[in-house]
Design a protein around this ligand. Structure first.
Ligand code: NCD
Length: 302
């Protein structure tokens, strides 16, 4: 594995290998504590981040690697002086062994990869993709359900601009007999290109209008934040679909509720103590999956 640009590049065997490696690192963490001791990893974030940047940085440090970082690269790097992304990446490539990057442009990861020998790990590209989030989401579903074939997943919230959704449903379409239910306001519905992509791969896509239209034996709810920062100017009126205790009562015990976080009010805090709420476990899994990914790219990939 060299660059990680989008979910499309993965096959089932690679995911299986990565999840096994992640588990092995998790169970034997001390033996990995200097696994990448000779590596410098750059984390360059042109958009806000809490979990993605800090879980990557924690993963780098826990594997004994070194980190150089800019957390507000739009203002605090030479981007503000007019430097192109390509020029910045060329320089970072010389300074580091791997570049973790988040950027507002959908094609930013591909552009960076064109000029970088160091692997580029796409940590979120505008409203396009967020493949490392899909890795930890898929891993979390696998850990909780024990399978990835024969699952039903409802995606809720902002299906139009939510990059985590785009990467996740592409990844899940690798598996057999997957049904995705989409629930959003019409203005934030899933783009046709994503529906086409997954249906061509045998995944069913079913639009629903309300939570009670979802099957009671649903496996996963994947709730998302409305990405207001991406459409403020368009004046879309947002009525959020909220998961509260009453909504949870509709479903059985085998459901799990995920959210990439940060959440605002789309999952009420009263749901946090429900054993089916797995979003904090999910964000912890992110650190371990990113340890696995860094190991795969920097040690196995060499
Ligand atoms: C998401 C993102 O940045 O796309 N957060 C994350 O990486 N965990 C979701 C969001 O910002 O709503």
């Amino acid at each position: 594995m060299r660059h990680v640009l989008g979910s499309e590049q993965f096959c089932r065997e690679e995911l299986d290998k990565l999840f096994k490696l992640t588990d092995h690192i998790r169970e034997n963490e001390r033996s990995y504590s200097s696994a990448i001791a000779d590596k410098v990893v750059a984390t360059i974030f042109y958009e806000p981040s809490t979990r993605t940047r800090l879980s990557f940085e924690a993963a780098i440090l826990r594997l004994g690697g070194k980190n150089i970082s800019t957390e507000n690269a739009l203002e605090m790097s030479s981007a503000i002086k007019g430097e192109t992304l390509e020029d910045t990446i060329r320089v970072m490539d010389a300074y580091s062994d791997c570049i973790v990057m988040r950027h507002p442009d959908k094609d930013s990861a591909e552009r960076a990869a064109k000029v970088s020998n160091a692997p580029i790990l796409n940590a979120g590209a505008g409203s396009g993709e967020h493949p490392t989030q899909a890795l930890l989401d898929t891993y979390t579903i696998y850990k909780n359900k024990g399978r990835l074939d024969n699952i039903s997943v409802a995606i809720l919230g902002d299906l139009l601009y939510g990059r985590t959704i785009h990467s996740l449903i592409k990844m899940l379409s690798l598996y057999e007999n997957v049904t995705i239910y989409g629930l959003s306001i019409p203005q934030l519905a899933l783009g046709q290109e994503y529906i086409d992509y997954i249906t061509e791969r045998g995944t069913k896509y079913i639009k629903v209008d309300k939570i009670t239209d979802l099957p009671k034996d649903l496996d996963v709810i994947y709730q998302t934040r409305t990405q207001t920062e991406r459409f403020e100017k368009e004046g879309i009126k947002v009525e959020e679909i909220v998961i509260d205790k009453t909504a949870m009562d509709h479903f059985g015990d085998d459901l799990i509720v995920l959210h990439p976080l940060p959440r605002r009010h789309e999952i009420c805090t009263e749901v946090d103590n429900d054993p089916r709420a797995k979003y904090f476990e999910q964000s912890l899994n992110g650190m371990y999956v990113r340890m696995g990914l860094l190991y795969e790219v920097l040690v196995n990939g060499k």
